[in-house]
Design a protein around this ligand. Sequence first.
Ligand SMILES: O=P(O)(O)OC[C@@H](O)[C@@H](O)c1c[nH]c2ccccc12
Length: 274
Amino acid sequence: MSVLDDIIAGVREDLGARRAHAPLEQVKEQALAAAPARDAYQALGGHADPAQRDTTLRVISEVKRKSPSKGALADIPEPAVLAAEYQAGGASVISVLTEARRFGGSLDDLDAVRAAVQIPVLRKDFTVDEYQIYEARAHGADLVLLIVAALDDQTLASFLELTHDLGMNALVETHTEEEIARAIAAGAKIIGVNVRNLKTLDVDPATFGKLAPLLPADAVIVAESGVESTVQVADYAAAGADAILVGEALVKHADPRGTVAEFIAAGTAAKPQR
Ligand SMILES: O=P(O)(O)OC[C@@H](O)[C@@H](O)c1c[nH]c2ccccc12
């Protein structure tokens, strides 16, 4: 069993427990009653006319306590405080891991962050059931994560449609040329390239530069994982990233606010000018 399969098995088990507590119909009602979702595509600089885009590098800052590859990263007793720091540093979106077993996250973290910031919030989980998409909306998320490697074409397209019907956006995560083609065919507008190999969990930032040219001009392109310094941020920006998704480097830094601001400045300076 791959790491991804293993994580998803745990996610399904935890989901079963929540569903027994709150049936889908109830969560649907809560999702429809929630305050409208914020437009993350726009917040990340997306524009239907690519010529209208600016050249600011956006940062998606992640609340991440631990990971399968690195183990414990940071305690984060108050996710709301960290998220407010990210926002003050200029982050465009906050990503909140809600997977419990491997990443130490929860829907409580999502609630706390949602209440603390005005910018869009991404519910970062392994989405394998429509229940999780309604649940994300019910908890005020504006974006969900859809990992192409975990979904067949039909499921990916239907989850994307449901996400859009609920007024949200999806960050559609890819790792390979083939997954990028599938993301585009499904209608993804925010496409992430995760440079972490799902089988070995190794990070290879060079993957981004190889895959970025395959992405459409009207999509928002997100480089995910492996940002340790402004040098890497500049590399991703120069290679075509519109945004970067950063976890570890921010949660471990004593000054997350200043680090977000530094990453934005370094990335924006390196982005190709029009
Ligand atoms: O901590 P890093 O190396 O900055 O990585 C952040 C992010 O890319 C990573 O957390 C991530 C990318 N895709 C995921 C899917 C599930 C869980 C986590 C992830």
